[in-house]
Design a protein around this ligand. Structure first.
Ligand code: SAH
Ligand code: SF4
Ligand code: F3S
Length: 435
């Protein structure tokens, strides 16, 4: 495969985006060249997501499209669908050459080399520490705001979710390897570090006999003078320790914005989902956070139409949204996933009702977000500039401490600048500003 080119497509969460960057480095180190056009590439890597039915199906239609092209291609399916569907993938689509689960990307070069001997290559083992040891050496510069996976996997087993099956048990990287990667990212210009994990606040490692938790890790990262902003995502409410909550008052680099998925505002549904908290517990965490830092803003994920969700349960979710006033969120209609506990439950709510509920919920979230953005018009906000707009070079793109996207009209900014801008206008998604 020397002198060949490759194309990588990512689906799903930020962890897949991070893994894709690492896969790109692995392939470039092997002598392959990145190709932005899938038509001409020799190797296509699909880094897949299995979280909802739609995401999982998408990869098969994409494989269908690329395998029709004239040029003969090697097709590798990696990520969470590869892990979940395993050998079944070769049966469903004959053009697939490699099936590789999320914990074994370091094996990709060997598998490519071995295709001549064995045309159907597969590896779906959970050997996560090997992955991190190997991948941490694949340092790819990501830019001003850089992601770094510090924790992977999940032991929570929410009854609707495939992640514990596709990513395996919770595993945390060592402090040393994370700090090394942070240094290498900041030496390449990173100003903001976003710590990633399926349960990032369940992070736990040992330095000698000392236990290191997420709050300790954040304190250590803050000591790097080149790091100006720190974020972490995604957190689970039951792992919000007091140390972590208090850090939102004492650590200036930790941004006042937290993605803390609640899923539903009905304690009955939360129990059925096996989320391990009820609405009062969630509200308690938010009030502790607001007490230590009144400026903190919260975002969430919501599942609408979980089996057994009544109109009353749904209204409880709307009430919770009204109370917390989430400033950004993701919301989905429940999708039954093979192998999960809830896929066996009786679900008699018609799809039409679920769709209407999703629409009502999204409309509410959108209004709250719009009203929140409007409160900044005529005021100053700090922005970290990430890049210059390619379509309209008079504008620079950046983010506020609350993750709002901002377009700043200016001719003399550069990526990495942290400046106070004047907010002139907004819509529900973005802010527009001048210097
Ligand atoms: N670890 C995170 C979420 C990871 S998955 C947490 O515990 O919050 C991202 C989001 O996808 C979830 O928060 C949930 O809202 C949604 N999701 C997961 N499984 C789903 C399913 N079967 N149907 C619909 N949405 C789902
Ligand atoms: Fe899935 Fe629940 Fe684990 Fe989040 S905590 S990844 S929703 S099982
Ligand atoms: Fe999807 Fe796997 Fe992420 S299922 S959301 S890519 S952990």
């Amino acid at each position: 495969m020397e002198n060949s080119t490759f194309y990588v497509k990512s689906y799903g969460c930020q962890m897949n985006m991070y893994d894709s960057e690492k896969i790109i480095s692995i392939l470039e180190n092997k002598g392959l060249k990145k190709n932005l056009n899938p038509e001409n590439a020799d190797l296509i890597v699909f880094n897949t997501c299995n979280i909802r039915d739609k995401a999982a199906h998408k990869v098969y239609s994409d494989i269908g499209r690329v395998s029709k092209s004239k040029k003969k291609k090697t097709i590798a399916v990696v990520g969470c669908v590869a892990q979940a569907e395993n050998y079944e993938m070769f049966r469903k689509n004959k053009s697939i050459d490699i099936v590789l689960g999320p914990q074994s990307y370091h094996l990709l070069p060997l598998m490519i080399d071995d295709l001549n001997n064995n045309p159907n290559q597969i590896n779906t083992e959970f050997i996560i520490n090997e992955k991190f040891d190997y991948l941490s050496e694949q340092n790819k510069s990501q830019g001003v705001s850089s992601y770094i996976t510090i924790q992977e996997g999940c032991d929570k087993f929410c009854s609707f979710c495939v992640v514990p099956y596709t990513r395996g048990p919770e595993y945390s990287r060592t402090l040393e390897s994370i700090l090394n990667e942070v240094s290498s990212l900041t030496n390449n210009g990173a100003k903001e570090i976003v710590l990633l994990g399926q349960n990032v606040n369940a992070y736990e490692s040992y330095s000698g006999k000392y236990k290191i938790q997420l709050s300790d890790l954040i304190k250590s990262i803050s000591k790097n003078k080149k790091v100006k902003r720190i974020r972490y995502t995604t957190s689970h409410p039951i792992n919000m320790s007091d140390e972590l909550i208090n850090l939102h008052s004492t650590n200036d680099k930790l941004m006042p914005f937290l993605h803390l998925p609640v899923q539903s505002g009905s304690s009955k549904i939360l129990q059925r989902m096996n989320r391990k908290y009820d609405t009062d517990f969630y509200l308690g965490i938010i009030s502790k956070l607001k007490k230590v830092n009144p400026n903190i803003e919260i975002s969430s994920d919501f599942i609408v139409g979980y089996p057994g969700e009544t109109e009353k349960d749904f209204n409880e979710t709307l009430r919770l949204i009204e109370e917390i006033r989430f400033t950004q969120s993701f919301s989905f209609i429940y999708s039954p996933r093979p192998g999960t506990k809830s896929s066996l439950e009786n679900d008699d709510t018609p799809m039409k009702i679920k769709k209407t509920r999703l629409q009502i919920l999204q409309e509410k979230l959108k209004n709250i977000q719009f009203n929140f953005n409007k409160t900044f018009i005529g005021k100053k906000l700090e922005v970290l500039i990430e890049n210059q707009s390619t379509s309209n070079p008079e504008y620079f793109f950046g983010r506020t401490p609350f993750m709002q996207p901002v377009y700043v009209k200016s001719l003399d900014l550069k990526p990495g600048d942290i400046i106070n801008v004047n907010i002139s206008t907004c819509n529900h998604k973005s802010l527009y500003a001048t210097c």
